[in-house]
Design a protein around this ligand. Structure first.
Ligand code: PEP
Ligand code: MN
Length: 265
């Protein structure tokens, strides 16, 4: 889990694409110091004609990549009926911004024996985010990680407006860990490293960053906000350099799952 005094870096592509690109990405981010690998098998897309993710095939690829590299997996679940299946593959479940207020889904992930990353709704107040977290906690799942990922404002240069004040504010309001997603928060690759470092300075417990081996050929539009492998390595060098100034250590890669932990309770 996310420990006090540690900075947890989660990295990977927006979506699972081929086994080869997913594996290459996982190997590279693990090597650069990521604790967890992210990639969506089920993608919530604004346009129904956009690539919706590989679904079950995507979960199979993620399992194969975990077997090969040992890296643990964060992936999104969008439907209450899919929680059991996704949780059997994922080490950490992600609830996306569009589902922050999907209360049946929150209750269902509250019953899963997996940590949950709860992303802030794009128009949600901190109070609403905390109430959404309570739905999960109330079902007995104490491992909720809050994620600031930018909110909708009148600004159009950036995809969203990353509300970094949410980090210290949430720290005042709750004991739950808080991470930041500077990729969706800005929508622009060039802005991701500075906002990732600013997240660390603001007191975040970690970051979740989109990384793709060839971002301009990504299967989703999120290539624009994805770092390439070398860009992620450079960011990690800066993170490692800054961490001691904030009294933190880089969280190590999460250990391999035991067969017992792989089963849902
Ligand atoms: C994602 O993490 O790829 C994603 C879809 O994020 P969000 O729900 O924050 O838009
Ligand atoms: Mn994305």
């Amino acid at each position: 889990m996310i420990e006090n005094g540690q900075f947890t870096v989660i990295a990977g592509p927006c979506a699972v694409e081929t086994y080869e690109t997913t594996l290459a990405c996982a190997r590279s981010v693990l090597n650069a110091g990521a604790a967890l690998f992210r990639a969506g098998a089920y993608k919530p897309r604004t346009n129904p004609k956009s690539f919706q993710g590989l679904g079950d095939k995507g979960l199979e690829i993620l399992e194969a990549v975990r077997r090969e590299t040992g890296i643990r997996i964060v992936t999104e679940v969008m439907e209450p009926g899919l929680v059991e299946k996704v949780a059997a593959c994922a080490d950490v479940l992600q609830i996306g911004t569009r589902n922050m207020s999907n209360f049946p889904l929150l209750k269902e992930v509250g019953k899963a024996r997996r940590p949950v990353i709860l992303k802030r709704g794009m128009a949600a107040t901190l109070d609403e985010l905390l109430h959404a977290a309570e739905y999960i906690l109330q079902e007995g799942n104490e491992h909720v990680i809050l994620c600031e990922r930018g909110i909708r404002t009148f600004e159009t240069y950036t995809r969203n407006t990353l509300d970094l004040s949410a980090v210290p504010a949430l720290k005042e309001l709750t004991h739950l860990p808080v991470i930041v997603d500077p990729s969706h928060g800005t929508g622009r690759r060039s802005l991701v490293p500075p906002m990732a470092l600013a997240s660390l300075a603001a007191g975040a417990d970690g970051i979740m960053v989109e990384v793709h081996p060839d971002p301009d050929r990504s299967w989703t539009s999120d290539g624009k906000q994805s770092l390439d492998l070398a860009g992620f390595e450079r960011l990690m060098e800066d993170v490692k350099r800054l961490l001691p100034h904030f009294g933190k250590e880089l969280a190590p890669a999460w250990p391999k799952r035991t067969p017992h932990a792989a089963r849902l309770a």
